[in-house]
Design a protein around this ligand. Structure first.
Ligand code: SF4
Length: 141
């Protein structure tokens, strides 16, 4: 658990850039020079559980992400079959997709409820402002 309990992504010093949506698009663009997140360049850190980001390699000299290359996910089973090294992961590391579905579902439910409330208000307003005819006036006088 000490070494494999957290993902590379959770320990990565580039994580603040990921959280801010700042990504290198190529290995030599401005983002790459500024040390932005390598997610879009195929980094497999979000799905890889290892301690490289903290223990580093070669007696603590560096590790792949620090040298400017995305994590290959080499400690994950069959990592070489998990898609191209330079293809960005299509699924975010957290349950963002599921949460988005919940939010969408809640939004639809709230929208339906708001629609029903509005129709009810509209109906009450319409009945409260029924047209008064000459005949109605005659009855009241
Ligand atoms: S996607 Fe890769 S480079 Fe970006 S924060 Fe996660 S582990 Fe670090």
């Amino acid at each position: 658990m000490v070494f494999f309990g957290k993902s590379i992504h959770d320990r990565c010093y580039r994580r603040p850039f990921y959280d801010k949506g700042l990504f290198a698009e190529t290995f030599d663009d401005e983002g790459a020079r500024k040390g932005w997140c390598l997610y879009r360049l195929g980094c497999k850190g979000p799905m890889t559980y290892n301690a490289c980001a903290t223990t580093k390699w070669n007696q603590g000299t560096s590790w792949p992400v620090e040298s400017g290359h995305g994590c290959l996910g080499c400690s994950e089973p069959n990592f070489w079959d998990a898609g191209g090294f330079y293809n960005a992961l299509s699924i975010p590391d957290s349950d963002i997709t599921r949460q988005a579905a919940y939010v969408l579902g809640a939004g639809v439910a709230l929208g339906a409820a708001a629609g029903a409330i509005n129709r009810n208000k509209q109906s009450k307003a319409a009945s409260a402002h029924e047209t008064v005819t000459i005949d109605d006036l005659d009855k009241k006088s």
